[in-house]
Design a protein around this ligand. Structure first.
Ligand SMILES: [Zn+2]
Length: 239
């Protein structure tokens, strides 16, 4: 086994950790969360508007109900008065009939408005019902999404713990300067998280460049713990 072979094992663990972290970060549920939250805000605002509308209509309906009751009482009181035995002249009788007719007219028109209001209230109620069931569905979906995210985060965190333990055990076999060079290259963009590569048959296994034979001979002559890097991609080469 090559002296620097543990570096490739470290790299495998680092790559596994990278993909575990990516799996968590790229969960489709993470995109669903803000959409569900925005939708919930919209539902809540529709519900608030509909509830306010319902309260106004209920108040109006109660007021009209009271007015209708009062008018019915007035009509009845006037009838009692009319037939109470007190004699009325013709003018008084005519004024009584006219006043009663006006009251009946007003009563009818208030009752019509009351019916309209009841229909409007029914429509508002059904809008409220629709939004309430949308809110319940939204909450159930949000909960499901949160559970999925938390489950994956738990799995990823356990995986990362295992990778980190395994890395701890082998990383001490790698010379510090080699590890530092590996970390530096690995952190660079477009390196795919790979800071090390095999040197096999005179090629860098990462960028596939064929080393000039003089360079290759020089590298192979270096002590096995020496840091050698690909002249093209700078990855640490493991012989
Ligand atoms: Zn290379």
């Amino acid at each position: 086994m090559s002296f620097l072979a543990p570096l490739l094992e470290v790299q495998d663990l680092d790559l596994s950790a990278d993909s575990a972290r990516t799996r968590s970060a790229k969960l489709p549920e993470r995109e669903a969360t803000p959409l569900l939250e925005a939708k919930l805000v919209e539902i809540e605002s529709l519900l608030a508007a509909a509830s306010a509308e319902r309260a106004l209509k209920q108040t109006e309906e109660e007021q009209i109900g009271d007015e209708v009751t009062q008018i019915a009482r007035d009509i009845e009181a006037a009838e009692v008065e009319r037939y109470s035995g007190k004699r009325k002249n013709q003018d008084e009788a005519a004024a009584h009939s006219e006043s009663q007719a006006r009251l009946h007219e007003k009563q009818t028109s208030l009752e019509e408005r009351e019916l309209e209001l009841l229909e409007e209230l029914e429509a508002v109620e059904s809008r409220i019902e629709v939004q309430e069931s949308a809110r319940a569905a939204n909450r159930a979906e949000s909960e499901k999404v949160a559970q999925t995210i938390s489950k994956v985060e738990g799995e990823v965190s356990a995986e990362l713990g295992r990778f980190s333990d395994a890395r701890e055990k082998i990383v001490s076999c790698v010379p510090t300067n080699v590890l530092t060079a590996y970390e530096r290259v690995r952190a660079q963009a477009q390196k795919g998280g790979r800071g090390a590569a095999m040197l096999a048959e005179g090629r860098c296994s990462a960028c596939r460049i064929k080393l000039p034979s003089l360079e290759k001979t020089r590298m192979l002559a270096e002590p096995e713990e020496a840091l050698i890097q690909c002249p093209q991609c700078r990855r640490v080469l493991v012989r």
